[in-house]
Design a protein around this ligand. Sequence first.
Ligand SMILES: [Zn+2]
Ligand SMILES: [Zn+2]
Length: 107
Amino acid sequence: MGLFRRNGKKRRPAPSGGAAGARPWVDHGLADGDTAECGRCARTLRVALQSASSVTVSHDGALEGMALICTACGRLLCCACALAASDNPYLPRCDRCGGQVTLPVAG
Ligand SMILES: [Zn+2]
Ligand SMILES: [Zn+2]
């Protein structure tokens, strides 16, 4: 009776340009202490890689000048641009694809 068929629903962001891997916040090629440019306002940002076990995005000013990365397309953004792209002041988003942004993680 029970014939169950699981629909493996795979969501993968279409990589246009092909630069972003499956996990752009890990496969970013950045090193801790690097500088990077915001993809929107071109301001210079400091790369502070997080350990994979403790990914936190705080919004109390600690992100000022830090590079954030979009988990969907890998775009680098400053917190001001990421917050400006979101209608939620506590949830920074990518201005290009609307994906969630986070601090880059050390691979
Ligand atoms: Zn910016
Ligand atoms: Zn994005």
